[in-house]
Write a protein that binds this ligand. Structure first.
Ligand SMILES: [Zn+2]
Length: 429
């Protein structure tokens, strides 16, 4: 470097230093306040009728009644008078893997696109329960940043399909390699049409999962299997009990072991609702994102006829009231209910929209709006140990949904979303 080059270089450093000091002094550039809204914070505490949230570097720096929260000078204020805020919604059972052979989860772009779609519907976290590819792990590993603007992802990786205990242990070890958040297993004979994984195999899966310091999420259908899975150490019941009404023994088991229960009522719905053109096909909230091509396929008379004659779908249809009654009973008994849909597992389970449909079905089952919102926010995060999200509290990520109408009055009002923020960044909708 020449002498004058060196002088220029030093001058640039000085200018840089000056600028960073000046900007540092105006750190409020990075600070936002959300003021005037009714706030449901997801902790179970009473609603704040006129609250303010201060967000700095993606996280909540302060929250409380507007008269008590000091707003930093120069912060960008978002005036939300008359609106309602909840924490970003959590889908505890979704999929960002492969939608109908299109390998949508094979690339980081494919995974990110699905997470962006979820976030436009206010679903700011998705627990993807199985079948994710390496790209999804990369997407998950890059999300602890204040610049995030799509839904957060947790995942289970390869689903364990072993035939022997030995094979089970090997498969768990392999699946645990890329550090999934859960290990997933399916204990189901699909209403007697396939072979069910035997107890000694799933017990080996659970044992090995725990040895690896991970948690076991179980797909299942029958009450007896659910009981044995919980007795064997399963950590998460990722569907409803659908064959029988739940009994006191089951309720005691899930409560004593503090096991989250995920109803996935829309999963059942999706197996038969397309026997006709569903009412939600005219819902503007659905139409804003739904694929016209997928809708056209589901409206074809021949396709609708196959739904009408599909034995499995019709059996799931018949089982739905059992699932609904079980949800009501379990919620009333104080079991940890977590909202989840199984959306994304195929194209007819519409990511983003189905979570709102699920919450409506939970309301139809008899749950209160507050209980449903808890199951999709703080209750879900606590039950599944998802750190840093789920509630609006100091130190948490500023994942926020803003509604025009109050969902605590009618859960259908979750569809009145006016804005979604992830780590304080507004999601483009
Ligand atoms: Zn699933």
């Amino acid at each position: 470097m020449t002498a004058s080059g060196k002088r220029n270089f030093e001058a640039r450093i000085l200018v840089g230093l000056y600028l960073s000091l000046a900007l540092g002094g105006a750190a409020a550039v990075e600070t936002k306040t959300f003021s005037g809204a009714r706030i449901f914070d997801g902790t179970g505490k009473p609603v704040i009728e006129n609250g303010t949230i201060v967000v700095r570097d993606g996280r909540i720096a302060a929250i409380g009644p507007s008269i008590k929260v000091k707003t930093p000078k120069g912060a960008q204020n978002i005036d939300l008078r008359g609106k309602t805020i909840t924490p970003g919604l959590i889908n505890t059972h979704g999929h960002v893997s492969d939608v109908e052979g299109k390998r949508t989860g094979a690339t980081e772009e494919g995974v990110t696109n699905q997470l962006a779609l979820f976030s436009r519907y206010g679903i700011t976290t998705v627990v993807s329960l199985g079948g994710e590819e390496p790209a999804a792990f990369k997407v998950r590993d890059g999300q602890a940043t204040a610049s995030l603007n799509r839904a957060r992802l947790y995942l289970a990786g390869s689903v364990i399909t072993a035939k022997t205990p030995e094979e089970a242990r090997q498969m768990v070890d392999k699946s645990a390699g890329p550090k999934p958040d859960f290990i997933k297993i399916r204990v189901d004979d699909n209403l007697g049409t396939t072979k069910k994984i035997p107890p000694e195999v799933y017990r080996a899966v659970i044992e090995q999962t725990h040895k690896r310091g991970l948690r076991l999420a179980a797909h299942y259908y029958y009450l007896d299997d659910a009981k044995d899975l919980v007795r064997s150490g399963a950590d998460f019941l990722a569907h409803s009990v659908r064959d029988n009404p739940v009994d006191d023994e089951f309720i005691s088991l899930v409560k004593e072991n503090d096991i989250p229960y995920c109803p996935t009522l829309t999963r059942e719905l999706s197996t038969f609702v397309y026997e006709d053109t569903p009412a939600f096909f005219t819902d503007p909230f659905f139409l804003r994102e739904a694929s016209a091509q997928v809708m056209a396929g589901l409206k074809e008379p021949a396709r609708q006829q196959t739904y009408r004659t599909n034995k499995l779908g019709q059996a799931y249809k018949a089982a739905l009231p059992t699932a609904r009654n079980n949800l009501k009973r379990l919620s009333g008994a104080g079991v940890r209910i977590v909202m989840g849909t199984d959306s994304g597992a195929n194209a007819s389970r519409f990511e983003g929209y189905f979570e709102h449909l699920e919450m409506q079905m939970m309301a139809d089952a008899g749950l209160s709006p507050a209980a449903i919102l808890m199951s999709a926010t703080g209750g879900a995060a606590k039950a599944l140990k998802l750190d840093g999200i789920g509630t609006l509290e100091k130190g948490k990520w500023a994942d926020i949904v803003v509604y025009d109408k109050n969902p605590l009055e009618d859960i259908g009002n979750t569809k009145s979303i006016v804005a979604v923020y992830i780590a304080g960044n507004e999601v483009r909708r």
